[in-house]
Design a protein around this ligand. Sequence first.
Ligand SMILES: *Cc1c(COP(=O)(O)O)cnc(C)c1O
Length: 382
Amino acid sequence: MVFPPLREELRGLAPYGAPQVSLERAPVQLNTNENPYGPSAACAADIAEAVRRAATTLNRYPDREHVELREALAAYLSRDTEPTRGFRVDPAQVWAANGSNEIMLQLLQAFGGPGRRALSFAPTYSMYPEYARDTVTDWVQGHREDDFTLDLDRARALVLEQQPSVVLLPSPNNPTGTALPPEAVGMLCEAAASYEPGGLVVIDEAYGEFRRAGTPSALELLPEHRNLVVTRTMSKAFALAGARLGYLAADPAICDAIRIVRLPYHLSAVTQAAALAALRHAPELLGKVDDLRAERDRTVESLRARGLTVADSDANFVLFGTFADRHATWEQLLERGVLVRETGPEGWLRVSIGTPEEMMAFEAALTEVLTQDPLTEEASTP
Ligand SMILES: *Cc1c(COP(=O)(O)O)cnc(C)c1O
């Protein structure tokens, strides 16, 4: 026998994961887009108290429909829709799971599957093809332009040609930081509604809270497009990656459909309690988002001032390059205690926005690397 008798298409594959390097070797960790600011002592105490109370009921299964949490998440999302578009997100339009990664998987379990297609535009989040593979959904990939935006005519043509059941698009995009204009979202929703049985357009707003002023959220378009799904997470802006809580907003019929494929009681009572307590501290947890946005804009300018190429970013990370041997640059930064991410198109590196001290350490290390060994293509051209 073949041991273990794994699905053929999974044999020999490595599990996904950014390299995890010890804090001793890399005191400055800027590789997974986490929020560098942890919860305050008061917030941590409130989460602990909520979990303590939940602990007294752990003999029972949790609320399968996580009603209270959906209400709190709907109220939170309504802050993005009520002032601009005058509508509130209804709790029946919200669904939560263990990270937005589980949300994507549930969406593909319900709407993808054998004989169906999922489509995205590269460069994009490296997990999407894995969810497609795991749900036996065919994977089709279009391409972004050289500046990482979408050419709307080409994108529409590809959707009409491939007729995907699910279109997955992060906005802001990971790893480039590029946000989609609302016209793009509307056009893709219309294209995906124009064939039978139609497709969902999933706008992954994992970094939505970091978008620059004037960039609207796709949430605003929910009343106009039944096939639009907007996903969010508490992992990034909310500084709660360790709690594993992601969610979506969409037509209630889409939430209902997901209930068919979700595992029973997928969201533990502990997770629900922790997320609810954290949501009560939203202003505090989100308080650092503006600082991080300012630090991002400063980083973009500073990297450009060195002659590097830097993608415009609406997220809490910056894609920069280009390096003749990016792996060598990545290693030289690591030797100086700074861990960034080797991702995106060949030649580019991605740095997450940390505290001002961490960004100073990153820039100091980068200065050493660039002056000692001018590896950038730009730097080597006179
Ligand atoms: C980080 C990230 C997520 C969030 O994943 P969680 O499972 O919620 O932690 C989702 N989408 C993209 C594009 C991301 O970069």
